[in-house]
Design a protein around this ligand. Structure first.
Ligand code: ADP
Length: 271
């Protein structure tokens, strides 16, 4: 769906923020981007959105160069959800906030109405359509930001640390929503530092390292990688525990539920 081909990017008079990054985002996948602060994650997503242009290299959308594309052109294909939902909210009601995007993209009034209602329904916000956005909880604001992105009918949704600053319940609700959208066919690109979330939800992980692509593979491959700590990451507890009890015939897993199941089965068998 999207392809970065040897992309370089530098902010004015700064060292290169992105260096020789080549990667492919396949339609329908759930992809995560991880890496230390300053490693280039946000810059990479800005490039994908055409908010910035590569200094060299190219980004292809369905095989076509995006060099002539504006951010508005890309908004038909990619929805972006900022880390801080307040940055994105500026209208008087939840409904008008969500309808802003499709209005800007020039959809007909009927389409705007239908897309807005659909986005509110899928994010569980229909009952709050008339509410003033400032009165929403942090989790509801995050879902409002997602609804605003979805109303523009993008195939790919990029979310920058969407779970940061949320309590456990809001976090679970948000992840359930992302799983639902993924099951409905959306491509999801999640920037996250949370290795538990990554283990549970991502099919593939890209690690950014000083502006370069340091790793591109499955979460299980990432957690075994010798450079994991150098990238500022650590494996989830289930992975570390299952590895340390491998000698007792426990299978390696990134997830706590299967590990607990196996351990309790093994322990039950012992006298
Ligand atoms: P991350 O999202 O992984 O924290 P960023 O993409 O924000 O990383 O930053 C990558 C590099 O680009 C860092 O060295 C950062 O200081 C620099 N950078 C980010 N935004 C700007 C900007 N607007 N102007 C100049 N340099 C920037």
């Amino acid at each position: 769906m999207l392809e970065c081909c040897s992309v370089d990017f530098s902010y004015k008079a700064q060292t290169q923020a992105i260096q020789q990054v080549s990667l492919t985002i396949h339609a329908g996948e759930f992809l995560a981007i991880a890496g230390r602060n300053g490693s280039g994650k946000t810059t990479l997503t800005r490039l994908l959105m055409a908010l910035r242009k590569p200094t060299s290299g190219d980004i292809l959308l369905h095989g076509t160069s995006t060099k002539p594309y504006s951010p508005a052109d890309m908004a038909h294909h990619i929805g972006y959800v900022f880390q801080n939902p307040d940055r994105q909210i500026f209208r008087d009601t939840v409904f008008s906030e969500v309808s802003y995007g499709p209005e800007q993209l020039g959809y007909s009034p009927e389409q705007i109405q239908a897309y807005t209602q659909e986005a509110l329904a899928v994010t569980g916000l229909s009952a709050l359509a008339g509410a003033y956005p400032s009165t929403l909880s942090r989790g509801q604001k995050q879902r409002l930001a997602i609804a605003s992105a979805l109303a523009m009918q993008p195939a790919l949704l990029i979310l920058d640390e969407p779970t940061s600053g949320q309590d456990a319940q809001e976090c679970q609700k948000l992840l359930a929503l992302l799983n639902k959208l993924h099951a409905q066919g959306k491509t999801i690109l999640l920037i996250t530092h949370d290795m538990e979330i990554l283990a549970h939800h991502a099919q593939r992980v890209i690690v950014m390292d000083h502006g370069r692509k340091g790793f591109d593979g499955s979460p299980a491959e990432l957690f075994q990688h010798e450079d994991l700590a150098a990238w500022g990451l650590s494996a989830p507890s289930a992975f570390t525990i299952s590895r340390s009890v491998a000698a007792f015939g426990i299978r390696q897993t990134c997830l706590m539920e299967p590990l607990i199941r196996e351990l309790s089965q093994k322990l039950r068998r012992k006298p």
